[in-house]
Design a protein around this ligand. Structure first.
Ligand code: ZN
Length: 129
């Protein structure tokens, strides 16, 4: 079965804003809804002005990019998504199936590569937010 392809134009329509990219990352990071990285609580408040999730149980604040290379580089998500597209595409197009796998794989690799080898990341993150 031939899968539909994403052109760069279609990609830009779908992921052309920071909000659209953040929504896509949210679906990958928390496919079943927000989960607090500190207490695993699922209830939260969303602080729109700062694009921050605040756990209703422990008050921990986090963003969809916290603990990932997306956060530490301060590069706009739109540019990260261009890089994902360009790294995943060949001959001008990419299947929707391959693209979804590429985003998930890229996400996992970037998240794993940013993990603190000593396990202090969650504490530092908590203190810095
Ligand atoms: Zn919590």
């Amino acid at each position: 079965m031939k899968m539909p392809e994403f052109s760069l134009i279609k990609w830009q329509r779908q992921f052309g804003t920071e909000e659209a990219c953040a929504e896509a990352l949210t679906r990958v990071r928390w496919p079943d809804g927000f989960i607090c990285p500190v207490c695993a609580g699922k209830a939260y408040s969303y602080i729109t002005s700062r694009q921050i999730y605040q756990c209703s149980h422990c008050q921990h604040q986090t963003s969809v990019t916290s603990g990932t290379i997306f956060h530490s580089t301060n590069l706009p998500l739109v540019k990260w998504f261009w890089a994902i597209y360009l790294s995943a595409s060949d001959k001008g197009g990419i299947s929707a199936l391959r693209l979804s796998k590429q985003i998930a794989t890229t996400w996992l690799l970037l998240t794993v590569s940013c993990k603190d080898p000593y396990g202090y990341g969650a504490q530092r993150q908590h203190l810095s937010t």
